[in-house]
Design a protein around this ligand. Structure first.
Ligand code: TPP
Length: 686
């Protein structure tokens, strides 16, 4: 049994203050989401003032619990608690809610506001990423302190989530919660705010299942705290505290604590309506709310000194908790010097100095699918990078995502590092975000490129937060062949390149694949590796006078220059199409046309290069240019220019052998050469 909640009238006043602050901040901003921030203020207060292990003065403390506000629209609820606990937010910051440049944007933004553990707002993402955090916490524990008894390690902590109906209606949370049950993530606690109101009003028009039964079927513990029970509404903090404390104590499975609330309570006329979910209350209603709370309606943003002094005791408690933790951590360091060195390296975001020596070198003249090369690279890197782990959405054999010799990451074999995400692409991406946010390990996850569509919501968040996650997207074009148009990506490269901050990396051969992995890991940015199903030639770079594969780090590089004195046309290609650009160069050379082949594994990396490098690779004076990529031409328009020609795929593919499809779309030596002749003619005509 946990201890009784210590609670006095000043805590009631602090909760009332937080409720009023939520109403005042949204009123001043003119827009926002006051409803749940008002009704759940007490629950958030319990977490930040009683239940969570955290130190507001050290928001990045390794030993802290993590808090994820999955219902990100209630951001002011979180900002209020950060302010009250002493994370550095000021009353002025609360007054600046949703204004340009503020630390209190409409939805929480990771990296902007101390104490915000994740950018949330797209419903469901927070809870799904919290599952990743819980998995990362388990792996961290196994890497650094595997032998400590449960609850005794400096690496033991809890992942807390606040979620609403919207989160639980989203499919991504069903995917992630199902996996969390299989993984028996006992370090995960979700507070489900069941107020039965969303934007369109009562949720009974769209959401009627027994949520607890569903979570029990996933293998979770569940509990209910009903503040509406017994007629009069009563915010029973003792009951909620006990339920959450009991949930934290559970270590064999995650727990969902449902708290039955009234949205906006005790707003006099708007409580329990969709109207209070996402609109300001209006002057009269705010006054009524304050009266109901026993506060002075004439005062705005009023935080009594004694209330603030009381809530800021979180700083002293946090410092004490951290000092206590530090003792255990130092004892761990002394007992685990090698592990401590590894932890230091990971926390410094460094790779081992000799990582390049670990990269496999693929034999010139061989023929290797880049997905297969990637698998070999992963196995090789796995030996020197214990932080690297991941898996696939049930396509490991096709995506080549399992490091050889490594076992599965499962509750009864936690030392494993192969993650079985199940056929849950969206949750896989969100879980990877959670692993990266939690740190210090680095996740990767694979599926077919065509299914990146299923992941996009979470991929966008990887990019928005700039997280070091690596997507392994194989089966990258019409090269998929007989599986047909449902499985052949056409628009996906363009669609992914449209996401700001995502590196889309499509290596041309096995050796480019090795260096691509190295560069992606060194950059620590979100990246998608786009890999072929089919074998690709591994050129003999030295014998054929081709540039070294390491040059791919520039995003685009001169793989083979014109072998004639003139430079008449530039052939830009990525991935499996580079081979045809090289072959076309030979044809053109025999015709007296000087062609340069530029391998372009990553448009985003190339865009970062200095103008002088870009001019060297793509001299402005050479207007005849051809892009060769088995996907939409759109991303290449800027590089090929007005006289340029694109060999591309502009419509869905078809079920047929890959060779037939490539021929049909002009991905042949002659097809590329013809495009070059056309571009030369167009450039001359300009
Ligand atoms: C993926 C996604 N779809 C839609 C929205 C827009 N939206 C924001 S809040 C909300 C309703 C959420 O209802 P609930 O979770 O019950 O929150 P509460 O009303 O309790 O605050 C919706 C549809 C969103 N933020 N994310």
């Amino acid at each position: 049994m946990s201890n009784a909640l210590i609670w006095s009238s000043i805590d009631d006043r602090a909760v009332a203050t937080a409720k009023a602050l939520a109403a005042d901040a949204v009123e001043k901003a003119g827009s926002g989401h006051p409803g749940t921030a008002i009704s759940l203020a007490g629950a958030a207060y319990l977490l930040f003032q009683r239940l969570m292990t955290h130190d507001p003065a050290t928001p990045d403390w390794l030993g802290r619990d993590r808090f994820v506000l999955s219902s990100g629209h209630t951001s002011i609820m979180l900002y209020n608690q950060l302010y009250l606990a002493g994370y550095g937010l000021t009353l002025d910051d609360l007054k600046s809610l949703r204004t340009a440049g503020s630390l209190t944007p409409g939805h929480p933004e990771w990296g902007l506001t101390a104490g915000v553990e994740m950018s949330t707002g797209p419903l469901g993402q927070g809870l799904a990423s919290a599952v990743g955090m819980a998995m990362a916490a388990r792996r961290e524990r196994i890497l650094f302190d595997p032998d400590a008894a449960p609850g005794t390690s400096p690496f033991d902590h809890t992942i807390w989530v606040v979620a609403g109906e919207g989160d639980l209606e989203e499919g991504i949370t069903a995917e992630a919660s199902s996996l969390a049950g299989t993984q028996k993530l006992g370090n995960l606690v979700v507070l489900f705010d069941e107020n039965r109101i969303s934007i369109e009003g009562n949720t009974n028009v769209a959401f009627t299942e027994d949520v607890l039964a569903r979570y029990e079927a996933y293998g979770w513990h569940t509990a209910t705290v009903d503040w509406t029970a017994g007629g009069a509404y009563h915010e029973d903090y003792e009951g909620l505290y006990q339920a959450l404390a009991a949930a934290k104590a559970q270590t064999d499975a995650p727990t969902l604590v449902r708290v039955r609330t009234i949205i906006g309570w005790p707003s006099p006329t708007k409580q329990n309506t969709g109207g209070i979910h996402g609109s300001k209350l209006g002057t009269e209603e705010v006054a009524g709310l304050k009266q109901a709370l026993g506060l002075d309606p004439a005062k705005s943003f009023d935080v009594p000194d004694d209330v603030l002094a009381h809530t800021r005791e979180a700083l002293a408690r946090g410092a004490a908790a951290k000092a206590e933790w530090e003792k255990g951590f130092q004892a761990w360091r002394a007992a685990n010097p090698e592990r401590a060195v590894l932890l230091e390296r990971l926390l410094a975001h460094q790779l081992p100095a000799d990582i390049e020596q670990a990269l496999p070198v693929f034999e010139a003249g061989s023929s290797v699918a880049t997905r297969a090369a990637s698998g070999q690279v992963l196995t090789a890197l796995g030996a020197v990078l214990p932080e690297l782990w991941g898996g696939s959405a049930d396509l490991a054999g096709s995506n080549n995502t399992s490091m050889k010799g490594e076992t599965s990451f499962l509750p009864d074999s936690p030392t494993g590092r192969t993650i079985h995400f199940g056929i849950r692409e969206h949750a896989m991406a969100a879980i990877m975000n959670g692993i990266a946010l939690h740190g210090p390990t680095l996740p990767y996850g694979g599926t077919f490129l065509v299914f990146s569509d299923y992941m996009r919501g979470a991929v966008r968040l990887s990019a928005l937060m700039g997280l070091p996650v690596t997507y392994v997207w194989t089966h990258d074009s019409i090269g998929v062949g007989e599986d047909g148009p449902t499985h052949q990506p056409v628009e996906h490269l363009a669609a992914l390149r449209a996401i700001p901050g995502l590196d889309v990396v499509r290596p041309a051969d096995a050796n480019e694949t090795a260096w691509a992995w190295r560069h992606i890991l060194a950059r620590r940015k979100p990246a998608g590796l786009i890999l072929s199903r089919q074998n690709l030639p591994v050129p003999d770079r030295a014998a054929e006078g081709l540039a070294d594969a390491v040059d791919l780090c520039a995003g685009a590089y001169i793989l083979a220059d014109s072998s004639l004195p003139t430079l008449d046309v530039i052939l830009l290609a990525s991935g499996s199409e580079v081979q045809w650009a090289l072959a076309a160069r030979d044809i053109l050379c025999r015709e007296g046309v000087g062609a340069r082949v530029v391998s372009v594994p990553c448009l985003e990396w190339f865009a970062e290069q200095p103008a002088s490098y870009k001019e060297n690779v793509l001299p402005a004076a050479v207007k005849a240019r051809v892009s060769v990529e088995a996907g939409l031409a759109a991303p290449w328009r800027g590089l090929v220019g007005d006289a340029g020609v694109s060999v591309s795929v502009e419509a869905f593919g078809e079920s047929a052998p890959a060779g037939y499809l490539f021929d049909k779309h002009g991905f042949t030596a002659e097809g590329v050469a013809a495009a070059a002749r056309q571009s030369i003619a167009q450039a001359a005509a300009k």
